[in-house]
Design a protein around this ligand. Structure first.
Ligand code: ADP
Length: 627
């Protein structure tokens, strides 16, 4: 049986943690027993001492000695056992040391002594109880405050009057990668980036100079792995505050906030520029048209036409900005109705033919594609794709728009022969504000169109993807489901196989692995549904290995990829999957989504990616789970 190192070390760790647990259990039991043994030992010792020293001390009453026993028992074993010890001591004293010895008879003259002895011991036990309670409460409060400080705050650092760290909360490891001990040893020169160091030191020194002074310090810190993070700290001088006597820094990781702020600033700059350009153009063209209207009406008309194009562009920019804010607040509304997507595409292309007479638009559509959707919003998607195809093809004037029907879905593509997009930029292309660096300088735009289009398509249970080669052009695809197309019914025996239009699952009982084959176009819905089906079959079959074949997949969502990595893989691990052989798709965009799931995988499933199916199967069959 093959056992990998990882399993070996996991086994070793398990064994070690089991030993630790056993030792802890033993200690707990020992402490429990010692609670009873300790008072018994004390009673025996006291009795032995009393007998041994009677010769020297004379036959004095043993009250003092046994009071000591009760105090000891209360201190170690608690007030209840203290009271019990008191009772036993009382009996012992009466029986062993008071006349008549060897009997429980008490002479009346000793009543008061015995009463005082008993009462004083009860008082001791009660005091013990009160003390124990006070201690418990103070410990609980202390650990609560400590927990609150360590968990609720981001990072807490206390420094002495020389600036040396004397306490660093455990959160430091999460933020910087250093352990509190390592962090304490580091000087500011090692932590703070050189360009911020002087300002940082100045602020800290100004806080240290004055009691009760407070400053907010924000700077770039270098983490243990060499990465940079923006940390913001409120630093207080509490050196003279009794009970604290330290410089207290409460530090937050503000990296994502700073990134967002920078992005926002850049966006505002870009948006102002984008809005200003058409306004300047409109102003210029209208002034020129006004002066030419009498002398050269044709020229005036052409100028007004160009002005109109700019007005349209301005309108689109403002609408994009409004849509983005609506998407952010979840208020982008849709009016669904049945309509023919083919006629919509024809109408949009027709209007482009009129606006861009110098371009060639090739249109291949089917006559009828009835869908249930928001006509206006889908028009926005198609317009944006054709707009981009024109904009990002400065050297080419040919655009191909195609529409076909497949598996109950309408597939629309817009192809250009322009600048194309490199692989590294492809995966971000549908992100908000994303613009390819090299093109953002040359072409106007805000990086909002594709993000809005992706949101609209998601709301139509659709999908999108792109195929592109830098320098050769791009093809943007989107799909929307056709109305009235009933889904192919699943064929299944509910135990070893399942098959529908988007997935086939087959359990190989002899080799104990699950074969999963994804078929054709996938949408968020099919990915989620099929993911649940696979989980169900793993649970039923107890398969520990999964062969996952994506070779026939087209298109995928990036947010299903996140879900795949963060939620689905851990769920698969929970039902017992240990190995996952993943055959990649031929479609690059779909592979990027798969890679994202792979990168985000939070489970301990061993995932391996393959191009060839045979290699994936043979690797999977070599893997065996240590039982
Ligand atoms: P905008 O075009 O306003 O910048 P989009 O969201 O429509 O915003 O596009 C985002 C980015 O994707 C563009 O900035 C550009 O870099 C790239 N892009 C979009 N369509 C194409 C295309 N057809 N060819 C090349 N690059 C494209």
């Amino acid at each position: 049986m093959k056992i990998r190192n990882k399993w070996l070390s996991t086994k070793f760790l398990l064994l070690k943690s089991e030993q630790i647990c056993n030792f802890r259990r033993f200690m707990r039991q020992f402490q429990q027993t010692a609670k009873y043994l300790f008072p018994i030992a004390l009673i025996l010792l006291a009795t032995l001492a009393k007998y041994s020293f009677t010769g020297i001390l004379g036959n004095r009453t043993p009250f003092l000695l046994y009071s000591g026993v009760v105090i000891g028992a209360t201190w170690y074993s608690g007030w209840r056992i203290g009271l019990l010890t008191n009772f036993i001591c009382l009996l012992l004293v009466v029986y062993l040391f008071l006349e008549p010895i060897g009997s429980f008879y008490i002479q009346p003259r000793l009543y008061v002594h015995l009463l005082i002895f008993t009462l004083q011991n009860v008082l001791v036990a009660l005091m013990g109880y009160a003390l124990q309670e006070a201690l418990r409460k103070s410990r609980a409060a202390e650990s609560k405050v400590k927990l609150l400080l360590e968990e609720a705050c981001d990072l807490l650092v206390l420094r002495n009057e020389n600036g040396k760290a004397i306490y660093v909360s455990p959160k430091v490891t999460e933020i910087t990668g250093y352990t509190p001990e390592e962090y304490m040893e580091l000087t500011f020169d090692r932590l703070v980036e050189p360009e911020h160091l002087e300002m940082f030191k100045e602020k800290i020194e100004s806080v240290m100079a004055k009691p009760n002074e407070r400053q907010t310090v924000k700077s770039l810190f270098r983490c243990k792995n060499g990465g940079l993070k923006w940390l913001e700290g409120d630093v207080y001088n509490y050196l003279e505050r009794p009970g604290i006597n330290a410089i207290v820094s409460h530090i937050k990781d503000v990296t994502s906030r700073i990134q967002l702020e920078t992005q926002k600033d850049e966006f505002i700059g870009m948006a102002s520029h984008e809005l200003k350009t058409p306004i300047t153009n409109i102003k210029g063209f209208t002034t020129l048209a006004k002066s030419a209207i009498r002398t050269n009406p044709e020229k005036a008309e052409a100028l007004l036409g160009r002005s109109e194009v700019n007005i349209k562009r301005l309108g689109r920019l403002v609408n994009d900005l409004l849509d983005i804010s609506k998407i952010n607040t979840g208020r982008l509304s849709y009016e669904f109705q049945l309509f023919n997507l083919s006629s919509l595409i024809q109408e949009v292309v027709q209007s482009f033919i009129l606006t861009y007479p110098g371009h060639t638009f090739t249109l291949e559509t089917v006559p009828l594609a009835i869908i249930n959707g928001d006509r206006f919003r889908l028009e926005q998607v198609i317009t944006n794709l054709i707009d981009n195809a024109i904009k990002y093809s400065p050297e080419s004037r040919s655009i191909v728009i195609k529409q076909e029907l497949k598996e109950g879905k309408a597939i629309v593509s817009v192809q250009d022969f322009g600048i194309g997009i490199s692989e590294e930029h492809l995966k971000h292309i549908f992100d908000r504000f994303y613009r390819v660096d090299a093109s953002s300088m040359r072409f106007q735009g805000l990086g909002l169109g594709l993000f809005i289009a992706s949101d609209i398509l998601k709301n139509h249970k659709g999908n999108f993807w792109v195929e592109s080669k830098q320098g050769e052009g791009s093809t943007f695809f989107f799909i929307v489901p056709l109305q009235g197309y009933s889904k192919e019914l699943a064929v299944t025996d509910h135990a070893t196989f399942y098959h529908n239009s988007s997935i086939s699952i087959h359990y190989h009982s002899k080799e104990n692995y699950l074969e999963v084959k994804w078929i054709g176009i996938q949408t968020k819905e099919t990915v989620n549904e099929s993911g649940l089906k696979i989980l169900e079959f793993v649970r039923k079959t107890k398969a520990t290995r999964v062969y996952n074949d994506n070779s026939e997949v087209i298109g995928n969502w990036s947010d299903t990829s996140d879900h795949g990595g963060k939620v689905w893989f851990p769920a698969m691990a929970e039902v017992g999957v240990s190995f996952f052989a993943w055959v990649m798709s031929k479609d690059r965009f779909s592979n990027m989504a798969a890679m994202r799931s792979y990168d985000m995988n939070k489970s301990n499933i061993l995932i391996k990616l393959f191009d060839r199916q045979e290699e994936a199967v043979s690797w999977l069959l070599e893997q065996e789970v240590d039982v």
